[in-house]
Design a protein around this ligand. Structure first.
Ligand SMILES: [Zn+2]
Length: 46
């Protein structure tokens, strides 16, 4: 698993967000991110 911003492997767990998904933080660039962002847009192409 790598940071989506700087591609670093120095990832640490950083709690979870409101819907229970695991949140991570990059130790190199300080960016916080979720492994599976809630992208439902592609399923709403009607
Ligand atoms: Zn990073």
């Amino acid at each position: 698993m790598n940071c989506p911003t700087c591609n670093s492997e120095n990832i640490i767990k950083n709690g979870s967000i409101h819907n229970g998904k695991q949140k991570y933080a990059c130790k190199d660039c300080g960016r916080q991110f979720v492994l599976e962002p809630t992208n439902c847009i592609s399923q709403e192409r009607i």
